[in-house]
Structures are given as structure tokens and as C-alpha cells.
Design a protein around this ligand. Structure first.
Ligand code: FAD
Ligand code: UDP
Length: 368
């Protein structure tokens, strides 16, 4: 006799949204997570009365009106707009690439002057069909921006040559001829007032939750508890790596409390040179316009992934993507198991995309 309708492996946004939709239809859910908290990578700690983005800066942004309406039922969002600064060997530039950046680089003052300068910078790359990240960046922005703001940051972030990375990674970044430092082009943006924990806690209200519980430590027993499994963990692990390992990029976070109320004057500063070992410094209070007397900062160091480390980013190159497809064929044949989320789909999803996917998946399976 199965005790629950669903066993949900992973309490990140995919698992939590699916659980919410299932419970709305009267289904019972057991949610497990190997970590000691719910919320996946959106989880926030509280230090010095500041919400700390424990797994790296998380800014909610979307153009999906339905997703925006969905999350606003649970939490209210503040008016935070992500406007990171790049520090290249002590020189400061606005991101994303916009008229402020172009002025700081070349002292061009009008869109026409900037467009002419970019054309000169693009040179032979202007009309190519970009095959990799380096070509994509040179075509988009030309050589100065590539050298100072993209190449070294990207190679540090991904641990490989920019020529060996797919072009799509950089297509996320806006490039505009207006004085607009908003990192995203989306219609809606903000940080949940009070951090992300209330969002996942409200989504999971009514579910039974087991923390510090790894699905693979007790797979058979856990499987027997529910009619259907919703699996949001790593795709290759589920199939015991039968076709080989997928590759990931990991991160190390170093967090410190400082005896000053304002360390860097911005939530996110990227260090785009190769010599600085971290990619960015996050000053958490600025996500919520905090006025606490002290501050907490986190340095984010990219690192090589192995099975002892957290898998933060799938490395979506051709080799890994074709391996992931083989695993997805197996996943499609697995009875009574639903796969979804950043790790189970092996995709570089933002939060809104994960919520959209969980809503669609829930509609598909719950209304069949
Ligand atoms: P996760 O949040 O990773 O949740 C998966 C959960 O499953 C985890 O809690 C994990 O512990 C658990 N789990 C895994 N395996 C097992 C197992 N075997 N047994 C039990 N539990 C298991 N998105 C944005 O929209 N904006 C941003 O600014 C942004 N910044 C980001 C910055 C960083 C550094 C990273 C890494 C991601 C960022 N994202 C951002 C993406 C965002 O984190 C994801 O879209 C979202 O968290 C994905 O939700 P998920 O449920 O798929 O996965
Ligand atoms: N990127 C860059 N310079 C920057 C910021 C980003 O070259 O200052 C590139 C880098 O390759 C990165 C990609 O753009 O992996 C996407 O950046 P984003 O800030 O969206 O990455 P995330 O927050 O997901 O790590």
C-alpha cells in the first residue's frame, strides 16, 4: 500500500511548485531533500538580520505574466533592479553592455558614435555565424569589451577556453544603445521582501518533509512510499551513470561579516580579470535596501566539480548535451517517475523557467 501520491525528491522551486499544485488537487506529498533545509538554491540564511543568498545571488526576473502572478500570491517583491558593476583591474564599468559602458570605455556620447565604434571593434567578426562563445562575443561587442569584460571572466567561470563554450551562454546578456543599466530585459523583476524562504515554505505547506535524506541512500524504501516520484536531482545519478558522467561547474562561497554598513555600494560587483580568483562579490543587504549597522559579503569562486561538490551549473556543450539526451531517453521510459528542474533536465534554467516548467508538468500529469 503506497502511503503518498507523490514522493518529491528535491525541495527546490521545481519540487515545491509541483507539490503545491498536487496538494491543491487533494494529493498527498512526501518531499525529501538531502540538504538540511528546503528551497534548493534559493534558500537564504539570516546573518546580522540580513537575508543571505546562501547559494549565490538570486534575482527574480520574468516576462511570463502567469508566473509573476503565481509567485505574487505567496510573496511581495521589492523594486530591486539588478545593475551589476564590473571591476577590471581597478577600472569600473556598468553592466550589461550599454551606453554607460561605451562611454566609460571610449568616451563616446551618442548612440551613433557608439554604433560606429562597435562596428570598428567587431572588424572581421561583424558578419560571421558564431560557432562558439568567443565568436559570439566578438560579433556582438568587439574586441575591447571581449578582452576587458568577457574573456577572462568567462574562462574563470567555466574553467575552459571561451572557444570551447557554446554561444548561447552569452546571449543572455543584454546589449543596448541606451543609458540603461538594468541587467535584464524582462517585464517584471525584484527580490521577495523577506527573502525567498517564505515562498518555498508557503508552497510546501501541507506536505510531509524529510530533510537530510538522500534518495540514493534509501532508494527502495523511499520508492515504496509513493505511487509516483517527482525527481529533481541529477539525471546521470538516477541511472547509476550507466552511460558515463555528465559534467558540471561547481562554486565555493566565502562569506564574511564586516564592521561597516556599506562595503561596495552595490549588490553585485563582477571581477572580470583573470588574476582575481573569485568572479563576483555579493553584498547581500543591497538586495533589500537594508540599513543594518553591519554588512555581510560573499565572494564566489568557481571550481572544478567532482562528486563530493555541489553541481551548480550544467556544462551544456555538445558532448554533455548528447549524453544528456541518452539519459533523457531512459527517463522517458521510466514508469511512474517525472523528471524536472535544472539538474534532472540538465539545463541552465532561471527560476521563472523552472516555475513555468513545474506548472506545465503539474497540469499535464495531474489532469490526465
Ligand atoms: P534546485 O534549486 O537545485 O533544487 C534541487 C534540490 O534537490 C536541492 O535542494 C537538492 O539538495 C535536492 N536534491 C538533489 N539530489 C537529491 C537527492 N539525491 N536526494 C534528495 N534531495 C536531492 N535564477 C534566476 O532566475 N535568477 C538568478 O539570479 C539566478 N542566480 C543563480 C545563481 C547561481 C550561483 C545559481 C547556481 C543558480 C542561479 N539561478 C538563478 C538559477 C536557480 O537557482 C534555478 O533556476 C532554480 O534554483 C532551480 O530549481 P530546481 O528546483 O530545479 O533546483
Ligand atoms: N559574463 C561575462 N562577464 C560578466 C558577466 C557575465 O562574460 O561580467 C558571461 C559569462 O560567460 C557568464 C555569462 O555571461 O557565464 C552569463 O552571465 P550571468 O550573469 O547571466 O551568469 P549567472 O548569474 O547565471 O552565473
Amino acid at each position: 500500500m503506497k502511503q503518498y501520491d507523490f514522493l518529491i525528491v528535491g525541495s527546490g522551486l521545481f519540487g515545491a511548485v509541483f507539490a503545491y499544485k498536487a496538494m491543491q488537487q487533494g494529493k498527498s506529498c512526501l518531499v525529501i531533500d538531502k540538504r538540511n533545509h528546503v528551497g534548493g538554491n534559493t534558500y537564504c540564511d539570516k546573518v546580522e538580520d540580513i537575508n543571505i543568498h546562501t547559494y549565490g545571488a538570486h534575482i527574480f526576473h520574468t516576462s511570463d505574466a502567469e508566473v509573476w502572478k503565481f509567485v505574487n500570491q505567496f510573496v511581495k517583491f521589492n523594486h530591486f533592479v539588478n545593475s551589476p558593476i564590473a571591476n577590471y583591474k581597478g577600472e569600473l564599468y556598468n553592466l550589461p553592455f550599454n551606453m554607460n559602458t561605451f562611454y566609460q570605455l571610449w568616451k563616446v556620447k551618442t548612440p551613433k558614435e557608439a554604433e560606429d565604434k562597435i562596428k570598428e571593434q567587431q572588424g572581421q567578426y561583424a558578419d560571421i555565424d558564431p560557432k562558439n562563445l568567443e565568436e559570439q562575443a566578438l560579433k556582438l561587442a568587439g574586441k575591447d569589451i571581449y578582452q576587458k569584460l568577457i574573456k577572462e571572466y568567462t574562462e574563470k567561470q567555466w574553467g575552459c577556453n571561451a572557444k570551447d563554450l557554446p554561444a548561447f551562454i552569452i546571449k543572455r546578456l543584454p546589449f543596448r544603445f541606451t543609458f540603461d543599466n538594468n541587467y535584464f530585459n524582462d517585464t517584471y523583476q525584484g527580490i521577495p521582501i523577506g527573502g525567498y524562504n517564505p515562498l518555498t515554505e508557503k508552497l510546501l505547506k501541507g506536505a510531509d518533509i524529510l530533510l537530510n535524506t538522500d534518495f540514493f541512500a534509501n532508494r527502495d524504501e523511499l520508492k515504496n512510499k509513493a505511487k509516483t516520484i517527482v525527481y529533481t536531482g541529477m539525471l546521470d545519478t538516477y541511472f547509476d551513470y550507466c552511460y558515463g558522467n555528465l559534467e558540471y561547474r561547481s562554486l565555493k562561497f566565502e562569506t564574511e561579516t564586516l564592521d561597516t554598513d556599506n562595503f561596495q555600494g552595490n549588490a553585485v560587483i563582477n571581477y572580470t580579470d583573470a588574476e582575481t580568483p573569485f568572479t563576483r562579490i555579493i553584498e547581500h543587504k543591497h538586495f533589500e535596501f537594508g540599513s543594518q549597522p553591519r554588512t555581510v559579503i560573499t565572494k564566489e569562486y568557481p571550481q572544478k566539480w567532482d562528486k563530493t561538490k555541489e553541481a551548480y551549473y550544467p556544462i551544456n556543450n555538445e558532448k554533455n548535451d548528447s549524453l544528456a539526451e541518452k539519459y533523457k531517453d531512459l527517463a522517458g521510459k521510466e514508469k511512474n517517475v517525472i523528471f524536472g528542474g535544472r539538474l534532472a533536465d540538465y539545463k541552465y534554467y532561471d527560476m521563472d523557467k523552472v516555475i513555468r516548467l513545474a506548472l506545465d508538468t503539474a497540469n499535464k500529469y495531474l489532469n490526465k
